[in-house]
Design a protein around this ligand. Structure first.
Ligand code: NAD
Length: 383
């Protein structure tokens, strides 16, 4: 027997922040990215509330220390509602704070509503049971997984993503594509996760270039915000897909590159993506008659997206070509050497990155088993 379940209630579209009015009579702890506080964007959230406190110490790739400080803020304020506002870093930090905070004597057994409001369109964290926390000393990112971390409510207001600069729109958009593709070929994929992944992947090809080109300004009118809105929903759909189907080798490597070199998460995924697709597809010579399950799924996907070929081989190649074209359209760096990482440092870290990759939980659902040699080869190609 199989199951598809996601408990998060999703409010989306212009005006969806008004759902927060439901919390007016409650004490709310708002965990926010400092950018939102400095830019004043947080006002869109707090103007709906009456009694609130803001915890704004979130940093990209949230470290363990931040979680500890956050738990102290949680215990000091004792909110009835926790509201995470920001990119994946803010939402993940809030998830970990709540997850560990709930296990303290003070909060055990207390009910607390958790709402997540993404302000980037990439991680899908607003609907997932994942939280990625970094140990900066070891240079490792740990994907924590627990169904209890899924937010009760997600609010997708496209007006909150109109200020995202092009480069962040590009990075986070490639995170959506990677989530969709990894979920689609995952060993845990089902027709339900495929449907969500397919829609998200389709929307990335259609809307990401337009979304990156959209001028970053605080309030685009609704029509101009459409590509950004579609990417915002695509991010959430990909999140629903991978929350159930999980991810794969791409994320396992990206977590370790990100932990060591702080390459933005979506960019690390984007650089690795063509190499991982090639590895998973496992195309060999032209005489090949049997194709791997992943190759067949990539080919099926290419067909559904309108760029299928005459055979599995040509369809996979077309998919790779389209990924390459998309990356060029959004000016994504294609190699880690273009991300300011020194070759000597990269090589010195390769062994540890491979070790971390092989023990990352995301690798368990990759469609093709990857050993140390395969990871080393992908690392070499992507530099
Ligand atoms: P992020 O949260 O680190 O934010 C990136 C930058 O965007 C920050 O500088 C932030 O201040 C800025 N920003 C956020 N909203 C903005 C806005 N509206 N306008 C302008 N700037 C804005 O980046 P992210 O890609 O959203 O999240 C990455 C993190 O999420 C990584 O740690 C990654 O490992 C994790 N992640 C989690 C999941 C999950 O399911 N929990 C999935 C994928 C990735």
């Amino acid at each position: 027997m199989e199951e598809f379940f996601n408990k998060t209630r999703i409010y989306f579209g212009s005006g969806s922040l008004s759902h927060l009015l439901a919390y007016q009579s409650q004490r709310c702890l708002v965990v926010a990215d400092p950018f939102l506080v400095q830019s004043g964007l947080i006002g869109r959230v707090t103007e709906q509330l009456q009694e609130f406190e803001i915890f704004d110490q979130v940093v990209p790739d949230p470290p363990l220390e931040l979680v500890v400080t956050g738990i102290q803020a949680l215990l000091a304020y004792r909110p009835q509602v926790m509201i995470a506002v920001g990119g994946g870093s803010a939402i993940d930090a809030a998830k970990a704070i709540l997850q560990f905070g709930r296990q303290t004597q003070e909060l055990k057994g207390q009910s607390l509503t958790f709402a997540a409001i993404p302000t980037t369109s990439g991680t899908g964290s607003e609907v997932t049971s994942f939280a990625v926390i970094t140990d900066p000393k070891k240079g490792v990112k740990y994907p924590l997984v627990d169904a209890a971390m899924r937010p009760d409510v997600a609010i997708l207001d496209p007006q909150l993503v109109t200020s995202v600069p092009a480069v962040i729109a590009a990075d986070t958009g490639m995170d959506v594509l990677t989530h969709g593709l990894e979920a689609y070929v995952s060993t845990k994929a089902t027709p339900f996760t495929d449907a969500l992944a397919l829609q998200a992947i389709r929307d990335v090809f259609l809307y990401l270039p337009l979304s990156v080109q959209a001028k970053a300004e605080p309030a685009l009118d609704d029509a101009k915000a459409q590509p950004r809105a579609r990417m915002h929903y695509a991010s959430c759909m990909a999140g629903l897909a991978f929350d159930a189907a999980s991810l794969g080798l791409n994320h396992a490597i990206a977590h370790n590159i990100g932990g060591k070199f702080h390459v933005p998460h979506g960019r690390a995924n984007a650089i690795l993506l063509p190499h991982v697709v090639r590895f998973n597809a496992g195309l060999s010579d032209y005489a090949q008659r049997e194709f791997s399950p992943a190759a067949r799924k990539y080919a099926e996907l290419a067909e559904m997206l309108g760029f299928g070929g005459v055979s599995v081989r040509t369809s996979v190649r077309n998919l790779l070509r389209q990924i390459d074209r998309l990356q060029q359209q959004i000016q994504m760096p294609q190699r880690f050497r273009d991300c300011g990482i020194e070759e000597t440092q990269y090589q010195a870290a390769a062994e540890a990155v491979a070790t971390g990759t092989l023990s990352d939980s995301c690798i368990a659902t990759n469609p093709r088993i990857a050993d140390r040699r395969a990871v080393a080869e992908i690392l070499k190609q992507s530099y």
